[in-house]
Ligand binder design. Structure first.
Ligand code: HEM
Length: 221
């Protein structure tokens, strides 16, 4: 409310915010782990590596807990790789520049609508080797220097949470939810492709960020 007690948001605006939060909370982590698992089932060495790394950190006699997350670098690298290749939407939400700005080689005059191609960034050949390949190693260089892998990307080499005033306000929560969900599923089950399937068809659906065909896999506790 403002100083006079008048609501600053209408009921319609509050509903829109709630809707946006529900989409952000559910679609982002679920879409991410579905793509990551699909890619990893087609590259069983990455799935095995992820399982081995989790067993090294956590062992087989307890569940993964939030305090483990800083050590789950390989799992986070797999999630990041799925965000890079398969963002939940092809473009960032539209914004407008409030001042004249220079970004890289581009001059962006005040008042321009700005839409960033998430797919274009994630698959930029100037930034990524073999950009079409699912390779968690794309994100492990810094970790080899002792740094923790994180899901956000402050240098905007990919667009996971965006940044700045209108970037995602819940990076920590979103990263934690994605990592915990994914790590517990990897740790708690043996995943395989059902025998009549061969490999997973990685074709995306038309106009939606999900796999065109539902992901059917076998999960053995
Ligand atoms: C893995 C999880 C998540 C990802 C990848 C993600 C990603 C994003 C992205 C790309 C944007 C747009 C940024 C821009 O316009 O530049 C955004 C905005 C937003 N996100 Fe997230 N998000 C996640 C989780 C969450 C969670 C858990 C919440 C709330 C509990 C949340 C709340 C919001 C809200 C309210 C906005 C709109 C901010 C604004 O328009 O100013 N997000 N998110």
């Amino acid at each position: 409310m403002d100083d006079n007690g008048t609501p600053l948001l209408s009921a319609g605006e509050i509903k829109a915010q709630v809707n946006e939060i529900l989409i952000a909370v559910l679609d982002n982590p679920l879409n991410n782990l579905e793509w990551a698992l699909a890619e990893m089932l087609n590259k069983p060495e990455t799935l095995q590596m992820a399982r081995d790394k989790l067993d090294n950190v956590v062992g087989k006699h307890r569940l993964i807990e939030e305090f483990d997350v800083p050590q789950l670098n390989y799992t986070k690298a797999c999630a990041r790789e799925a965000f890079r290749l398969h963002p939940v939407a092809p473009f960032s939400p539209p914004h407008e520049s409030v001042t004249d700005t220079i970004v890289g080689d581009y001059f962006i005059p005040k008042g321009s609508p700005v839409i960033v191609s998430r797919v274009g960034l994630g698959r930029n050949t100037k930034v990524w080797d073999e950009p079409g390949e699912f390779r968690p190693e794309h994100h492990l260089q810094d970790c080899n220097k002792g740094e923790e892998v994180v899901l956000e990307e402050p240098d905007l080499r990919l667009f996971t949470f965006g940044r700045g005033m209108r970037g995602c306000p819940r990076v920590v929560l979103g990263s934690l939810m994605t990592t915990m969900l994914f790590a517990r599923l990897l740790h708690g089950f043996d995943w395989s492709i059902s025998t009549n399937q061969g490999t997973i068809d990685l074709c995306p659906g038309r106009g939606v960020p999900f796999l065109a065909k539902p992901l059917l896999v076998v999960a053995k506790p």
